[in-house]
Ligand binder design. Structure first.
Ligand code: SF4
Length: 283
């Protein structure tokens, strides 16, 4: 079934089955600007070998900052923004993450992407302070057992991610589990694990590793065929979170005002004359 292009040029339903994390099946391409991504920072406690933005403990922070995020959130509340995603880097490295999430949750439901490894000490307090806000935690877990996850993310990271999932659930948060996989077999293995552990369909994301950033292998992601998901960083606005430091994905260097950002992305969509779009499931 194919639905014609709407005014945004992006209302296309594609017929193929979901494959390789490039979701081309039965999905309406999200209207540009309803989903907004904020790269809160780029530094991370991990250095995963496929990180699409090359985050690491040595990466410069490049924080959007609370002041800018408050401005974006205030505008988002007046615009048709229905989802806000906060990602990095590792957002829980930021001491003011609670305030950041609080300001965004006023505008729309928020999802924070995290490796789940920092829910202790002061940062457990940061997590607890988010209780009651409209927030979901999307925690990365790549495999049912430690070997594969740790091979990409570092020794001991699987056990700490599992502990983080348990902590978040015990604190009453909705948790979505997100896996990056390289093969059909890995995807099937992880799907079986999620089925056996009772993870609901809405609380799981499995996508292929993208050949971006630090990754030397994975699916090629091309802006020309990728549905845009407005992505705001300290360095500018990008077409999609999976290419949030790549020149080919850059839309504009102006992060504010948000209305101008959305207009710039829509203009880029029109210029690009997207007819066939795929979605890459970062969340
Ligand atoms: S993939 Fe996520 S956890 Fe890994 S280095 Fe990148 S931001 Fe950090």
């Amino acid at each position: 079934m194919r639905r014609g292009r709407g005014q945004s040029g992006m209302d296309t339903i594609l017929p193929e089955a979901e494959r390789f994390g490039l979701n081309a099946g039965g999905v309406v391409a999200r209207r540009t600007g309803t989903r907004v991504w904020l790269y809160s920072n780029f530094d991370c406690n991990l250095q995963c070998d496929y990180c699409c933005v090359r985050s690491s403990p040595r990466a410069p922070r490049r924080a959007l900052g609370l002041k800018r995020i408050r401005q974006i959130a205030a505008e988002a509340a007046e615009l048709p923004v229905s989802e806000i995603f906060i990602t990095g880097g590792e957002p829980f490295l930021l001491p003011d993450l609670t305030e950041i999430v609080d300001s965004c949750a006023v505008a729309a439901p928020v999802t924070v992407l995290t490796n789940g490894m920092l829910f202790s000490g002061r940062r457990l307090g940061v997590l607890r302070a988010m209780a009651g806000l409209r927030v979901t935690l999307q925690i990365s877990l790549d495999s049912p057992t430690p070997a594969l996850h740790d091979a990409h993310r570092g020794a001991g990271s699987w056990a700490r991610a599992m502990a983080g999932i348990e902590t978040a659930r015990a604190e009453g948060f909705r948790v979505r589990i997100a896996a990056s996989v390289a093969t059909d077999a890995q995807e099937e293995d992880f799907t079986r694990f999620l089925d056996e552990t009772g993870v609901a369909a809405d609380d799981r994301v499995i996508r292929r590793i993208a050949r971006r950033g630090a990754a030397t292998e994975g699916v090629a992601i091309c802006r020309l065929e990728l549905a845009p998901e407005v992505t705001i960083t300290a360095d500018g606005v990008y077409w999609h979170p999976v290419g949030a430091e790549d020149e080919d994905m850059l839309v504009t260097r102006e992060e504010l005002p948000l209305a101008g950002v959305l207009a710039a992305v829509r203009e880029a969509v029109e210029k690009q004359q997207c007819g066939t779009v795929k979605t890459f499931k970062c969340a």
